[in-house]
Design a protein around this ligand. Structure first.
Ligand SMILES: [Zn+2]
Ligand SMILES: [Zn+2]
Length: 429
């Protein structure tokens, strides 16, 4: 039995399921240890605006379901329904949100389908039980309608790690005079002097040809210094964005190989960043936002990183969907912890793989304007509860009341429902 069980665990892990730590005391799944049902509390914001959910709204459509067999949650307008796995999904059923699957005697939350246009599942950071989200490289987080990708985390101060400044389309590395040409009569397009200087090679950083092909590295750096206002913030924090040639529009390379030993160094003279530091990439939605592309390099020595609309923010986003102090990232005991600061439109982390519904922890997942809070109901026999039963709006047990509190009280606020009337979906505080 034990061997079969571990083989099964391994095959699940190969399929990408995260497994809870297996202790020797964990018995094989049996009637006494499984969670036979989960409670799903669905809250849907009445407005449909930029896939946002207003965590301060008073008027939400809230529905509670008890689910005891594999199911799929769908939404039609503001109404969420839970369908059995075998019910056929037709467009009339509504938009699929997520699936609840049963593995290992427990429920797991998964995408509605494996296709890439399946709705993205976002974990709601404010509903994490007390501890925030432990950030990992590659995480995608969403604040209001802005997304960031975690490009790099450096915790250790002793190995000399510096931020990796590569953006997706600027991976070109420029080499100094790799053809070995004689450039003594070649002119620099900025200072108009001929030939390379001492420790100042002539380079061809873009697509320009002819008399404007070459430029001194020092002259280009001087020009970049004037364009990029790299702050002198403590710990060596800055915002890096790739610059393009004003003539041919080609993006300048991020790194350059210099000297006989071909050392790789950033083209832009960036300050030394003190670990622990984090590198966040602005993920731009469309070409109009192109100027906002770039990397936030932020050192967390002696401070907490603040993301928000306020002037004191380390990552400042001037947008109505962002609260003044929206979220924070701090470095604690070797980990980077993301926390939401009761923001109006929430702090979310993209769910990368199926997640288990653990007995004492509920998970909240946002899909557009709906948040589903899912919690296990241990000890309730599956025979006593009808599958896919929708509970009435009034709490019927301590369990239901707790879930309703979670979905209603934590979302309510005295600041009023800014959802009404405004085109932008209300302004965050
Ligand atoms: Zn020059
Ligand atoms: Zn050019």
């Amino acid at each position: 039995m034990a061997t079969l069980f571990s083989q099964w665990r391994e095959s699940l892990q190969r399929l990408g399921f995260a497994m809870p730590p297996q202790s020797a005391a964990t018995p094989a799944p049996g009637p006494g240890t499984i969670s036979p049902s989960v409670q799903v509390v669905a809250s849907t914001w009445a407005r449909d605006s930029h896939d946002l959910f207003d965590f301060e709204a008073h008027h939400l459509q809230t529905q509670t379901f008890s689910v005891s067999e594999p199911a799929i949650c769908v939404r039609n307008g503001t109404e969420v329904r839970v369908l059995g796995e075998r019910e056929t999904l037709t467009p009339g059923n509504g938009e699929p949100l997520l699936r609840l699957v049963q593995r290992d005697g427990a429920f797991w939350v998964d995408k509605a389908s494996s296709s890439s246009n399946s709705k993205k599942l976002w974990l709601v950071v404010r509903d994490f039980s007390g501890c925030g989200h432990r950030v990992a490289e590659g995480d995608v987080m969403k604040l209001g309608r802005f997304k960031f990708r975690v490009r790099q985390l450096a915790a250790n101060a002793c190995d000399g790690t510096q931020p990796e400044l590569k953006l997706d389309d600027s991976g070109v590395v420029c080499c100094t005079n790799n053809a070995g040409d004689d450039l003594t009569t070649t002119m620099c397009r900025i200072c108009l002097l001929e030939g390379p200087g001492e420790d100042d090679p002539l380079i061809t950083p873009c697509q320009c040809k002819g008399t404007i092909e070459y430029v001194h590295l020092g002259c280009l750096r001087h020009w970049i210094r004037g364009r990029l206002n790299l702050s002198d913030a403590s710990g060596g924090s800055y915002f890096y964005r790739p610059l393009a040639c004003e003539l041919c529009k080609a993006v300048y390379p991020t790194y350059i190989h210099t000297g006989t030993d071909r050392l790789r160094e950033p083209l832009v003279e960036v300050p030394l960043t003190q670990p622990p530091f984090i590198v966040l990439e602005n993920m731009v939605r469309d070409s109009q936002q192109h100027a906002a592309r770039g990397l936030h390099v932020i050192s967390l020595t002696d401070k907490v990183l603040k993301l928000g609309r306020g002037h004191e923010s380390d990552v400042r986003i001037a947008d109505v969907s962002i609260s003044r102090c929206h979220a924070t990232i701090r470095f604690q005991r070797g980990h980077f912890i993301l926390e939401d600061n009761n923001s109006k439109f929430g702090t979310l982390v993209a769910m990368k793989k199926p997640r288990i519904v653990e007995p004492s922890k509920s998970i909240s997942i946002q899909m557009g304007r709906t948040v589903l809070s899912i919690s296990a109901q241990p000890g309730v026999g599956s025979c006593t509860i009808a599958p896919l039963q929708q509970l009435p709006g009034v709490p019927t047990s301590a369990q239901d009341e707790r879930a309703l509190r979670l979905s209603l009280l934590t979302r309510g606020s005295s600041r009023g429902d800014a959802g009404a009337g405004q085109a932008g979906g209300g302004t965050a505080d």
